[in-house]
Ligand binder design. Sequence first.
Ligand code: 5AD
Ligand code: SF4
Length: 482
Amino acid sequence: MLGAAEDVRLEISVGCLGVLWCAYNVVWKGETTPLFGRQLPMVNSKLALIRTFGCQMNERDTETIRGLLQQEGYGFTDNPEEADLILYNTCCVRENPERKVYGQVGQLQELKAKRPGLIIGICGCMPQQKEELPVMLERLPHVDLFFGTHNIHRLPELLHRVCTTGERVVEILDDSDEPIEGLPALRSNDFKAFVTIMHGCNNFCSYCIVPYVRGRERSRTPEAVLQEIRILADRGVKEVTLLGQNVNSYGKDLKSDIDFAQLLELVNEVPGIQRIRFTTSHPKDISDRLIRQLGRLDKVCEHLHLPVQAGSNNVLRRMNRRYTREYYLEIVEKVRQEVPGVSITTDIMVGFPGETDDDFADTLSLVEQVRFDSAFTFIYSPRKGTPAAELLDQVPEEVKKERIYKLIEVQNKVSLEINQSLVGSEVEVLVEGTSKSDAQMLTGKTRTNKTVLFAGTRELIGELVKVRIIEAQTWSLVGELI
Ligand code: 5AD
Ligand code: SF4
């Protein structure tokens, strides 16, 4: 069978509507994919709709899913009415996105009743949770396919099984040993790209579900990362963002003694790449050598996303973050010395179990002391299976809300002040597209990851241009082309 290139037309006569629909519509092509050396079906002229929730890692996974589906002959649509496959790539870090998935997928029941041949799937972090999966299976009876974060590469075969058996297919695997290489990707942008450098997380912050659903840290080899980046550069990509839950521990699990600082150096040498970003950094693992590299390597952008989570040592200890407020402040100081003009952004959570008014006041004072350029702010939500969810001193919802409003108010004031200080300066912008509200305005990002709006024509999309800042807002800047 391997390497066979014959056309095979499948005729199936099973009394299930879904299967009949597949047999009627689908032309199977015997085709060996270069990826797995296995004969996989090719589905012609089908349309897929993929909804993605959560972090950049999920967005990157969706690009792989789109690549795999494209190889299977799928096109893409945003319209559920014309989709043959609707796939939700889900996030379980907080309760809110989970609730949305239940709501949106629940509503698809009507569409499924009208068109039984429609395949509905859920993948990503939600089904990967051992305790949530049975709930999903029961609450979403019209979903045909469930798979997790470790078996995305199996999608073509799983889809084939749904079509040929007409039965619900559920395949969730525990950690795969090594990252799977060579998967296709349909990128969402021509000039900037996410590149996953490692999977999983070993940190087990007490509130966080990620290590349970993404498994232990597994670094891709530097060769694989560089090869991907060289190919991207050859295709015209100018900016890469290196992704990992904790990029600072890159390489610790590899046989070679490479670390993240060295990887940055290697990526910095790839011709064509003009900007390098990375996320996320855990403060406990950021080395002095890495901080020096950030200032030294010309393509590495002057932006560090360094989640602090809380300003109180008490809370940090119970979060199992393994650094103190003082240590965090020291890092910020070092980074500002080594990387002039750096912007520092963060993630902050309020309402962690047992967080007192004094603890929260420590968070506010840290925000004022560090002066973050911006912050993602979250209300703590208990995640089943994590140690913090078992703590008895959960903070009441009203208190959490009051605290987040206060935190946002303080941070917004700082963000605006920092942005105002940039008025009159010249910045380099990678032009990303036109503004959603005004097609005459272009939008792009500075090296410090700030959004800039300015008047210009569409030919500039994908280009690096110089812009003078003329006006500051809390979350963006307005400029004029120089
Ligand atoms: N509740 C609220 N926010 C959380 N985060 C992670 N887990 C939780 C949770 N249980 C936040 C952290 C992390 C970001 C990606 O999501 O701030 O840095
Ligand atoms: Fe979650 Fe902590 Fe790992 Fe980040 S470092 S993914 S917060 S466990």
